[in-house]
Design a protein. Sequence first.
Length: 186
Amino acid sequence: MSARVRSRSAAWNLEPIKPLLRDQALEAIKHRDVVGFLATENTEKGLEIVACNLRPLLANGLLERAFVEAWIATRTNWVTFPLRTTRRILRHCGRERLRAAGDRIPTGDTFTLYRGVAGLGAMRRESGLSWTRSVERAAWFATRFERFLERPAVLTTEVSRAEVLFYSNGRNEDFALFATRWRELR
């Protein structure tokens, strides 16, 4: 089977998916099952699969759901995935469709959010997009790899409801994705 399959005027790129699982991936897409599509490969490849299939996902009205599912399903984090690629995907997402793909945003006009970071240089990812409303959860993220990463810290920011791109409470992380601006907690 070819790694590229045409559907609704855009070709599906199955290169990131193991050849043995490509038929399964196409079957999932045929049924508009983005979770099944992404689950054909390791969760850490989710954003790569979305990025490689941006056009067909967009053409089929599945981009926002695929992005949210890929983002929240990873078993680790997205520190090694290029932030510029994430931002490129987000530029193609419809704001309301992105929000609808997540959980209902909690009530309130503003939110205090926290982000746990550790490490040096680019690995620290202070400009990352994943934040939580829980300072305890952010502290856990900052220290979970403390044997390997230096200088754990919790960043904080105040954002308006309009700035939240989507919200998820999956895995009890009380998580929000938003455009970044922050300060470090002391």
